[in-house]
Every structure is written in structure tokens, then in C-alpha cells.
Design a protein around this ligand. Structure first.
Ligand code: CP
Length: 309
């Protein structure tokens, strides 16, 4: 294993060294193997308290962090935007300073503003985990995605990964591009021109507008159209998008044996059909337990838990 400087926050994949990334994946593999033997409870964070601050909706990320806290023996407190004192005008900084004063040892946060996790990391003396900030980064999702890819296709060196969909508004796409290129994969981005952000090729990915070319990949990751982040119409209609860029059985008859992934939530009939989402080439539900193992690894690494075992 390459030597790794200690991790102090997890704000983006871009800021992770390759060695830190590999350490998280190796630790996640250890937790996944234990879970496969029905050994879920590894109380290496006994006595620690973790804040889960979600200012945007979430099912997978929030629930998997909650489970990760429980399995590691930590206490957690969950704060959603609705129902918090945000609605009475409290600033983000004051909210997290109050949580810190209660004894929170690490903060997981999701926020609609890009850069919010970096901002808080400068205001707090505890580790911050970015659980998604605006269109910027979703590092824990990318880590579970590459963990799942490696589980199914082995090393990612020179493997072809196609990411299809709303790249422009996707923090998942950006984080995956950084992670995949660090591990030597070839990344293809497939979308209508309006969904391709200017300069994205500089991250090391190639842009395609023809879905046929992109589908001869080892993995095809579909992305949701992020209507909540769009100021105006980028596509004529979801029906038109589904016709030209949606994954369906006819895309695959001749072109590809690639495996299908999606970070969720999926929109059936838009970015992919149910036939594809529920097929035996789909890894979508296999990504979910990997999210728990990866998030256990991240929390244990940041709070020094895996050194205490
Ligand atoms: N993939 C993902 O972040 O899902 P949630 O929004 O449900 O957490």
C-alpha cells in the first residue's frame, strides 16, 4: 500500500491523494467482508458523536451514514433544514458552532451551495465530510461507485466507464471523473450539448454526443436530470431526452455488455427503463450496501477508529 498523509477532512476527491483513496477502499473492503459474515457491529467509534446535517433531501446518503454510525458504535444527531432553527434565521456557521458546543466530533453535511463544506471546514476544528455540495462534489458517492466497479470488473486501469446524462449539474459526475482518472480509467461523457459543462475535458474525460459510441464501455453510469438545479430548460422535454439518451434494451442488443450503475434516485422511463434498471446487468442495488461499508471506512479513518482495532 502507498504511504498516505493522514486524512483530516473529506471535502472532494480532487483533494484526496491516490494513497488516501486506496486506503479508504481497502478499509471499506474490510468492513464489507465482515458484513458478509454477518459481523456488522465494529464499535471502534464508541463514545464519539457525529452530526449529520442535511440541508437537501437524501435517502441513500443520510441513511447509510446513520447505519455506519450505528455499526461503528458512535452516537449521531440528524439535522434537516426543515425543522431546524435555519427557518428562524440562524446562519449555517452558528448552527454548526452550536453542534460543536454539544460535543459533536465530526460533521457530515449536505448543502445546496457549492463550497459550503469547504467554508465550514475553515470555521470548525473537527473533520467535515462533504455529503454533496451543490453541483461541486459528492466524494462519498464516487468512492462507493469505484468500490462497486472494482468489485465487479477488477482493476480500473484502462477500463472504459461511460457517464450518461446531466453532467452539467452533477456533483456525482465530477467526483467520479476525478476518482476514475486517478485510478487510470478512461472516462466517456455522453449527453446533449446543453448538459456538457464547458471545459470538462480538462478533467481528463472525453465527450461524446452519440450514445452508440459510448455504450461500448465496461460500465455505463446513468445520471438523473437534476431539475432542482436548472434555471431554464436545457432539453426540449424529458420524453425527447429519453428517446435520444435514455438507456433501454434496444441500446444494448448489439453494442455493449457493459454493466449499469446509477447513483440514485432513478427516474424510471427517463434516464433508463425499468427493464434495464431491474436487469441482471444492473449494479444499482449492489451500490447500496457498498455505500454503508465505504461510509464506515470514511468515518473510522477520519476519527482514527481503524487504528484502534
Ligand atoms: N446518490 C445519492 O446521493 O442519493 P441520495 O440523494 O438519496 O442521498
Amino acid at each position: 500500500m502507498e504511504s498516505s498523509p493522514p486524512l483530516t477532512n473529506l471535502l472532494s476527491i480532487h483533494e484526496l491523494t491516490r494513497a488516501q483513496l486506496l486506503l479508504i477502499l481497502a478499509t471499506a473492503q474490510k468492513y464489507k467482508s465482515l458484513m458478509a459474515e454477518s459481523i456488522r457491529y465494529q464499535p471502534v467509534l464508541h463514545g464519539k458523536t457525529i452530526g449529520l446535517l442535511f440541508y437537501e433531501p437524501s435517502t441513500r446518503t443520510r441513511c447509510s451514514f446513520e447505519l455506519a454510525c450505528r455499526y461503528l458504535g458512535a452516537h449521531y444527531i440528524s439535522i434537516a433544514k426543515a425543522g431546524s432553527s435555519f427557518v428562524k434565521g440562524e446562519t449555517l456557521k452558528d448552527t454548526v458552532w452550536n453542534l460543536r458546543a454539544m460535543g459533536v466530533d465530526l460533521l457530515v453535511m449536505r448543502h445546496p451551495v457549492s463550497g459550503a463544506a469547504h467554508y465550514l471546514s475553515q470555521k470548525l476544528d473537527i473533520p467535515i465530510v462533504n455529503a454533496g455540495d451543490g453541483m461541486h462534489a459528492h466524494p462519498t458517492q464516487a468512492l462507493l461507485d469505484i468500490f462497486t466497479m472494482q468489485e465487479h470488473i477488477g482493476t480500473l486501469e484502462n477500463k472504459v466507464i461511460a457517464i450518461v446524462g446531466d453532467i452539467r449539474h452533477s456533483r456525482v459526475a465530477r467526483s467520479n471523473i476525478h476518482a476514475l482518472t486517478k485510478l487510470g480509467a478512461q472516462v466517456r461523457l455522453v449527453a446533449p450539448p446543453t448538459f456538457i459543462p464547458p471545459g470538462i475535458e480538462q478533467l481528463g474525460a472525453k465527450v461524446y454526443q452519440n450514445i452508440e459510441e459510448a455504450l461500448s464501455a465496461d460500465i455505463i453510469m446513468a445520471l438523473r436530470i437534476q431539475k432542482e438545479r436548472q434555471l431554464s430548460g436545457y432539453i426540449p422535454s424529458t420524453g425527447e431526452y429519453a428517446r435520444l439518451f435514455g438507456l433501454n434494451q434496444s441500446c444494448f442488443n448489439t453494442n455493449s455488455e457493459g454493466l449499469i450503475m446509477h447513483p440514485g434516485p432513478i427516474n424510471r422511463g427517463v434516464e433508463l427503463t425499468s427493464e434495464i434498471a431491474d436487469s441482471n446487468r444492473s449494479l444499482i442495488l449492489k451500490q447500496i450496501p457498498n455505500g454503508v461499508a465505504v461510509r464506515m471506512a470514511i468515518l473510522a479513518t477520519l476519527l482514527g477508529g481503524h487504528q484502534n482495532e
